[in-house]
Structure formats: structure tokens, C-alpha cells
Design a protein around this ligand. Structure first.
Ligand code: ATP
Ligand code: MG
Length: 354
């Protein structure tokens, strides 16, 4: 009965860290899905938030970077087509219930469990924390569980590096409900159907495209910057001469085409090939140069980024409107999270004066 009640609502929630501008990895891994879900309209509530509290866990000594990027990420959201009329866009630190929920959830998770999280593990390595890992950083999967459960989110569209976080949130929900009674809703991750979109590599071909590494093509990059980045992208190092057979599998140029190009792009910019399969076959056989493929990739990226840039320009010129959207969204998110906090405190028997 309770289960039925809980499963009735479809609530979508996702966030991004304001550690830099959003890039093509965000676009294919999560933003595109969010805009699609938003436009399909098949949901009860949708929340998108800027995770400044989480960004501070590994940028605590650089508050200006986080503050500046809050507005940058908001501009990125609006420019890809997230619509504040349909989606509540808010800033994490404006929602006071979140750290309080985090505090209660911390009792339900062991240190060993946090240390086992594979995404956190690789981020600790990448950030060179050594043995000086800030408690707040190690704890961020728990704070992420608070973000998700505060809104009763059922669907969380993410890239695959976030799967361990959703799993951690599900464990917290189960544990909480077991101990204190059915209160929280279990979320589900939604990852892109297209496998290459789940973890887009960087332009260096090495790791995932990530703002902390800087191997990114940003949604706000201008045409010249995109051109330069595409032209200097890593490809197959053994494909030295045009006539050499090339490898398309670990080649980020082809991975990006797999993630971004459509048959229409071929019609428009490279009509001598019907589709990506034909282009790949030619490259693998030999006789197709990297410059030609990169020029095509540049056109494909431009096709996607031109309308995004135009929208961004509108909001940059109306920056007061962006602040208003964030403020209104934060107020709305705050009252929703307060409701959850009330339920949580009641379940935990710490609702003394209600
Ligand atoms: P940071 O380096 O600060 O962690 P990031 O580039 O990893 O930044 P996040 O804000 O951590 O970006 O991620 C926001 C969302 O975008 C998450 O759902 C994440 O899975 C997704 N995402 C990030 N990078 C990629 C990528 N390269 N491919 C697919 N999805 C991605
Ligand atoms: Mg990240």
C-alpha cells in the first residue's frame, strides 16, 4: 500500500558541480536526456541543481571559482534548453535541509563502504590527495543521497561515473526505511542508450572528458576554439600516412562522431558517405586522412553548438533574469526539501514539538 503510494509520482532530479563550464561529455551523458525528458513532459516534478556544496568539498580553498561557475552552469543549462517553466533550477547550498539530512544518513554508512566507491577512489588519485583526504570529500556520496532523497527523486539521468553514487543512495534509502519505517523513495539511474555517451573521453583520448582535467570541448567555446581543439585531437597514433589502415575503436574522433553525428549530418557535410559505418570502413581500410574526418567532426559539433551559443547570448544579456530563475527555483526547492526533512525527523523520533 505504502509502496504503491510512493511509486505513483515520477520525479526527475540531476545536478552538476560548478567547477567549470559544461562540456560535450555533459551534453551527451546527461543534458540531452534531461532536455528530452523535460520536453516529453511525462513526469510530475523535475529538478536540476548546481552542486556548489559538493564542489566545495574539493575546492574549499577556491570559493571564487565555485561562485563564478554557479552562474556559468546556470547559463549552460538555459542555453541547452532547460526551461524554468517546466524545471525547478536551484542552488544546492540554498537548501538548508540537505546538510541536515546528510548528517542523519552518515550514521547509516561505514567508512569502509565510502572508501570502496570506485568513482571516489579514482577521483582521490586524480586529485592527488594522498592520505590527506578531506572528510567532506569522502562524504560527498552521502550528501548526494540527501540531494536525491530530499526531492523523492525516482529518476536520475547521469553518466556512468555516477552509478556508484546512485547505488550508495539506494542503500541508504533501504537502510533508513528498514530502521525507521518506510519514509524515503528509492531512486533509479538513467544512463544514455548509446554506450559511448555514458563516459565520453577527453580530447586527449585518455580519461573521461572532465572539467577538473581540462580535456574538454565546452558548450560555450566559440567556433575558432572548437576548430583548434578538434584539429589537435588525439587520433590513432599508428595512422601516419593517409593510405595507412586506421583504428576507429580507441580513437576519440570516431567516438565523438559515434556520440554526436547523425545521417543528416552526412547528407549536409559529407555526402560522399551515407553514414558513419561507411566512413569507419574507409578509415579502417586506409586511404582516408585524419584532417578530413576532423573537419567533418568540427561541422557536426558546430551544428549542435550554434543554437546553444545563440541562447546563451540572450541570457548573458539578461543576467538579472538568470539570478531571478535561480532564486525562485531555490525557494521552491527549499520548501519541498523541508517537507522531506520533517518526515525524516518524525520517523527518527526527533520531532519533539510537532
Ligand atoms: P568534475 O571534474 O568537477 O567532477 P565533471 O566534468 O566530472 O566535473 P560533473 O559535474 O561531476 O562533471 O558531472 C555532472 C554530470 O555529467 C554527471 O551525471 C556525470 O556523470 C556527467 N558527465 C560528466 N562527464 C561526463 C563524460 N565525459 N561523459 C558522460 N557523462 C559525463
Ligand atoms: Mg565529476
Amino acid at each position: 500500500m505504502k509502496e504503491e503510494f510512493i511509486a505513483k509520482k515520477k520525479i526527475i532530479l540531476t545536478g552538476d558541480r560548478p567547477t567549470g563550464n559544461l562540456h560535450l561529455g555533459h551534453y551527451v551523458g546527461s543534458l540531452k536526456n534531461r532536455v528530452m525528458l523535460q520536453n516529453e513532459g511525462n513526469y510530475d516534478e523535475m529538478y536540476v541543481f548546481i552542486a556548489d556544496t559538493q564542489a566545495l568539498t574539493d575546492n574549499f580553498n577556491n570559493p571564487k571559482k565555485v561562485r563564478d561557475n554557479v552562474i556559468e552552469v546556470a547559463l549552460d543549462y538555459l542555453s541547452v534548453g532547460l526551461d524554468p517553466k517546466k524545471v525547478t533550477i536551484f542552488i544546492q547550498s540554498m537548501v538548508r535541509a540537505l546538510p541536515e539530512l546528510t548528517m542523519y544518513y552518515m550514521n547509516l554508512v561505514t567508512l569502509a563502504r565510502l572508501e570502496r566507491n570506485p568513482t571516489v577512489k579514482s577521483e582521490i588519485k586524480q586529485k592527488d590527495f594522498g592520505s590527506s583526504i578531506p572528510v567532506g570529500f569522502l562524504n560527498y556520496p552521502i550528501s548526494q543521497a540527501a540531494d536525491i532523497t530530499a526531492f523523492d527523486a525516482t529518476i536520475v539521468p547521469v553518466g556512468d561515473d555516477q552509478l556508484p553514487m546512485i547505488e550508495q543512495a539506494r542503500e541508504i534509502v533501504r537502510s533508513f526505511n528498514n530502521i525507521y519505517g518506510e519514509t524515503l523513495v528509492e531512486p533509479k539511474a538513467v544512463i544514455p542508450d548509446n554506450e559511448v555517451c555514458r563516459r565520453l573521453p577527453g580530447t586527449d583520448g585518455k580519461a573521461k572528458m572532465s572539467k577538473s582535467i581540462g580535456n574538454c570541448i565546452y558548450l560555450k567555446d566559440d567556433s575558432d576554439t572548437v576548430k583548434k581543439k578538434v584539429m589537435s585531437m588525439y587520433t590513432d597514433p599508428n595512422h601516419l600516412k593517409v593510405e595507412d589502415p586506421g583504428n576507429t575503436k580507441d580513437n576519440p574522433v570516431f567516438i565523438y562522431l559515434e556520440a554526436l553525428s547523425t545521417d543528416d549530418h552526412f547528407k549536409k557535410y559529407l555526402p560522399e558517405y551515407k553514414n558513419l559505418d561507411e566512413l569507419k570502413a574507409h578509415y579502417e581500410k586506409g586511404g582516408l586522412g585524419d584532417v578530413k574526418v576532423k573537419n567533418f567532426l568540427y561541422e557536426v559539433i558546430e551544428d549542435i553548438l550554434i543554437p546553444i551559443r545563440e541562447k546563451r547570448k540572450y541570457y548573458e544579456d539578461n543576467i538579472d533574469l538568470v539570478y531571478k530563475i535561480l532564486k525562485e527555483g531555490s525557494i521552491k526547492a527549499n520548501s519541498k526539501a523541508e517537507e522531506t526533512l520533517k518526515k525524516v525527523k518524525k520517523a527518527m523520533l526527533i520531532d519533539y514539538f510537532d
